[in-house]
Design a protein around this ligand. Structure first.
Ligand SMILES: [Cu+2]
Length: 366
């Protein structure tokens, strides 16, 4: 037995056990092969936008604060259950220590201070993340539907960079225009006059005069990417330029989530009427790469099958890609023409057979 410790679990032995425990935790991280940066991300993916870095940083330090608090609470818990057991010479009832007002004040004030600091940093980061600037290099309309995505380039710059000459690619919405109510009402009034009918209900939609089926808020473009069950939609974007996403759903609520942006936003039908800010921007994508995207809001049976991919390429390649698309190439061939994989590489289309992923599939049962 080492000097300074004793067989009955005295202070020296506890100190030693704590040191061993701390050593094990440090050793666990050291042997996991994770870099310090990875450890500090606490499971978050590597961010690829300045906004993602800001959020990862906030997350890391929030976790450190939460862990410090957790360790303190666990230590207190284990301390009380270890050192306050009934001993042979204890009185029948322990000393009654309720109503320690100074202590209560302290443990109310300190958490308030802690969350005030967290709140301060949250607001700072949130302001940066939600910042919208004029004239982003690329504006993409993201339309979510059951169960896939359509990406429509609303506006790009001719060189794929911030400050380039803007080129508008939007085209009129071919679906769901509100019927001409004035005309409908005039026709009804005319009919009424002809038939001598007294009652006339003016024609109007049930929803502030609009019809539920109206999809006039959806945006369309001459350059679009639409996913299908067989093909994961790949949205090509330039690196190093500000990008704006404008979100809208054609049916139910979905959520546009790119883990490596460390950000998601719900995609609502009728975003304006739902008072949702459906625009968000990223300052830039910092490197080339394929970044998987997911639907992060329960949207029906195939909610889990709405993966998409962000393909970040150089501004030069992006410009070539848009030219190829405008020249009539589909997404896959346009990607191929700029030397990129024609299909998503961060995720693959899902097996559409309902029983495709169960082990006990009967041959030919699908
Ligand atoms: Cu969805």
């Amino acid at each position: 037995m080492a000097p300074g410790s004793n067989a009955h679990g005295g202070p020296a032995s506890w100190r030693k056990r704590l040191v061993v425990a701390a050593g094990l935790v440090v050793g666990m991280f050291a042997m996991s092969g994770c870099s310090a940066d990875e450890v500090m991300r606490f499971g978050w993916p590597e961010g690829v936008t300045p906004e993602a870095r800001e959020m990862t940083n906030l997350w890391s330090w929030s976790v450190v604060a939460a862990l410090a608090m957790g360790v303190l609470v666990w230590a207190l818990t284990f301390w009380t259950i270890t050192f306050h057991r009934k001993k042979a010479d204890s009185p029948d009832f322990p000393r009654q220590t309720a109503y320690n007002v100074p202590l209560e004040l302290l443990y109310t004030a300190v958490p308030f201070l802690i969350i005030a600091v967290l709140f301060y940093f949250t607001v700072i980061v949130q302001t940066k993340v939600e910042k919208l600037e004029d004239n982003p290099a690329v504006t993409v309309d993201v339309t979510a539907f059951q169960w896939n995505w359509r990406f429509a380039y609303r506006e790009i710059t001719e060189n794929g960079k911030d400050g380039g000459t803007p080129i508008k690619l939007e085209r009129p919405n071919p679906y769901g225009q509100q019927p001409d109510l004035k005309k409908l009402n005039e026709e009804a009034a005319k009919e009424k006059a002809e038939t001598g009918e007294i009652e006339h209900q003016p024609e109007r939609g049930p929803n502030h005069g609009r019809f539920q089926e109206i999809r006039d808020y959806l945006k369309f473009s001459t350059v679009e990417v639409q996913g299908s069950s067989a093909e994961i939609p790949v949205l090509v974007l330039p690196t190093g330029a500000r990008i704006e996403f404008v979100l809208a759903s054609a049916d139910v609520v979905h959520s546009f989530y790119v883990p490596q942006f460390a950000f998601k936003r719900d995609v609502m039908p009728n975003p304006k009427e739902n008072h949702s800010q459906n625009r968000f921007q990223i300052t830039e994508i910092e490197r080339d790469g394929d970044f998987v995207g997911r639907c992060a809001e329960m949207c029906g049976d195939y909610h889990s099958m709405m993966n998409f991919e962000i393909r970040a390429v150089s501004p030069e390649k992006f410009t070539q890609y848009i030219k190829a698309r405008q020249g009539g190439k589909d997404n896959a061939s346009a990607l191929e023409s700029i030397g990129e994989s024609p299909v998503s590489t961060s995720t693959a289309p899902f097996d559409t057979r309902r029983t495709g992923r169960t082990a006990s599939t009967v041959e030919g049962a699908n």
